[in-house]
Design a protein around this ligand. Sequence first.
Ligand code: ADP
Length: 646
Amino acid sequence: MTTTATTEKQTCGFQAEVGQLLHLVTHALYSNREIFLRELVSNASDALDKLRFLSVSEPAYLENDTELGIHIEIDEEAKTLTLRDNGIGMDRDEIIAHLGTIAKSGTKEFLKVLSAQQSKENLLIGQFGVGFYSSFIVADKVSVRSRKAGLAAETGVEWQSTGESDFSVETITKASRGTEVILHLKEDAAEFLDNWRLKNLIRKYSDHISFPIWMQKEAEPQSDEEEAEDKDSNISDATVFETVNRAEALWTLPKSKISDEEYTEFYKHISHDFSDPLAWVHNKVEGKLEYSSLLYIPKNPPFDLYQREASKGLKLYVKRVFIMDDAEQLLPLYLRFVKGVIDSNDLPLNVSRELLQNNAVIESLRSATTRRVLDTLEKMSKEQADKYAEFWQSFGPALKEGIAEDFANKDKIAALLRFETTQSEGKSTVSLADYIARMKDKQDKIYYVTADSAAAARHSPQLEIFKQKNIEVLLLSDRVDEWLVVHLSEFDGKSLQSIAKGMLDLDTFANEEEKKAHEQVVAELKPLAEAVKDALGDAVKEVRISHRLTDSPACVVADDNDLGGHVQRLLKAAGQAMPESKPILELNPNHPIVKQLDQNKGTEQFKQWSQILLSQAILAEGAPLVDPATFVSQLNDLWKGLLAAH
Ligand code: ADP
C-alpha cells in the first residue's frame, strides 16, 4: 500500500458528548477491554455487508478486489494491531461525521445519567453501544485510513487521534478500497499482540460473522536465513494468512450445531449490547415462504427505548446478502426492543425501504415474527417466571402499547400483561388471569385505578372502600396505562372498571343492612350535597354522597363518559386540545368534617369550607390546583380560626 503526500490537514474537536463518552469508555470498560475487538470487527463486517449490497446492482464497486473479508495484522515491534477491511469505506466528510460525533439522539441526557451512576456505568454503557470508540480502551493512539468504494485512490482519508479532545484528518492516497484501523496499543495492552490469544478472541467473539477474518499464519520454526530475510517487515509478501473464524452466518446453520455461547456472542455482535440476551428463538421456514429468522429478547432496555428516533426493527438479509439495518416493517412498534436477523429467499435483492411497505411477503414475515416473539414470551411466562419478571421490568410498558397497536394479537398480549395491585406487595407480578382467579364471590369486574405514580395510586382515596372489603385493585401508573384501559375494555369476559369513574356499584358486596343504611344517609344528606354544589357552582359537575370513602372526607371522580383526571393531564402535557370535563365531588357521609359541614349549612364560612374540601380532593387525586394561592390562604384562615379558639 502506498501513501503519498497529504493535503489539507485539519484538526477538529470532538463533539462534547464524544469526549465524555471516551472518558467513560476507557474507565468503565477497562476490566472488559477485549470487547474492542468485537466492536471493530462488527464495524468492518457492516462495511462489507454494505459493499456487497451495493455491488449487487453495481458490480463496478468491487473493482478487482472481489474477495470480501477482514485482515488482522500484528506488528510486535511497532506495537500496533491493524484491522483492515475491503468494505464500503468512508470519504472525508463521512469520517469526520462518523468518528467525531455521535448521531444517536438523546445522547446528552443519557451520558448525564451515566455519569451520575458511576457504579452502573458498565451496564448502562452496554445499552448505548460504544462501537468504534472502544478502540481507546486499549490504544493511546488510533489511525483510521479509509477510501470509499467507487472513489479515486487520491481521495483517501486518514483520521488520527489520541482519544483526548480532538482528531486530525488529512487526504491521502490509498490504493485499496475500504478501511484500516491501526491501534497503537497502550503499554499494558501488549497481550493483544499475541497471535494465539487474538485468534482465540476472534473465535470467541466473531466466529459467525458472514465474512472471513484472516490472520497471519503462526510461523513454523524457521531457519536463521529465513528469519534474516523477514527481519525488515513483519508483513512481507510471503506472509501466509489463514482464515481464523468459521465465516458462516450463524442463522444459516442448523440449531443443533449452535451452542448457547455462539448464540450469545452473535447477539452481542449485532446488538452492541454487553449483556447476554434473555432469550432467543431461531427458525428456518420452508414452504410458501422461505426464510430464516433469529430473534433475540435483550435483558436491558436500550437507553432510548421511548424516544421516537430510537433504532428499531431487525436486520434484513435477502439470500444471505445484507439489505438493511432497522427494517422496521418486520416488527410492530411495540416489539421494537427485539433484535435479530431475518433472511428471506422471497424478496428481490434490490428491495428498498419504500418497497417494504405494503409488500405481501413482508406482511407475512411480520405477522410470523410477531407471533414467534409473543409465543416465546408466553412460554417464558409459564416456564420461567423469574426470567419473565425480568423481562417485564425491562419492557413491560412497551409491550402494553401492543394492546392498542396490534388488534389481531390483543388477547395474547393481554395474557402477558403484569400489574402491581393492592395485593402484590409493590411488585408488578399479577396477571389478569391471576386477578380473575381470586376475584371475590359475585365480583364481575376487574377494578383498577390510574395515577401518576404507584405510590399515588396506592394511596388514592377511592381505594378505601376496596381495602375495607378486601377487593383487589390494579394500580396503574405507567404513562401508557391510560391508553391501555381505553383499548382493553375486558379480559376473559370480565370488564375493566375504573374505581375513579362513575357511580360505584358495590351493592353486590353489601348486605341488606348496609344498603339500607347507605340509602338513608344519602337521603339525609341530600340538602348538604345541594348546598355544596351551590357553593362551588361551575367548578364541579355534581356533588354526591359517596360510599367509596372510609378515611378521607371527599374525593373527585369522573363521569362515566368523561376522561379520567390522569388522562386529561397526560393529554394536556402532550399539547392536545380536549373537551373540558368537570369533576364530580363525592363526600364521605361518615367523616366528622362532612358531618360538621352539614351542621353549618347557610353559615358565612360554608362556601370557603366547601372550596377547601374540593381543593384537597383535587390534590389527593394528583392534580394541580388552578389557584393554589387561594387554597393556601383559605387554609390559613381556617387555621387562624382554630388557633384563636384554643
Ligand atoms: P455504530 O457502529 O454503532 O454506528 P461506531 O462509532 O462504531 O458506531 O461507528 C460509527 C460509524 O462509523 C458507523 O456507523 C459507520 O458509518 C462508520 N464506520 C465505522 N467503522 C467503519 C468501517 N470499518 N468501514 C466503514 N465505516 C465505518
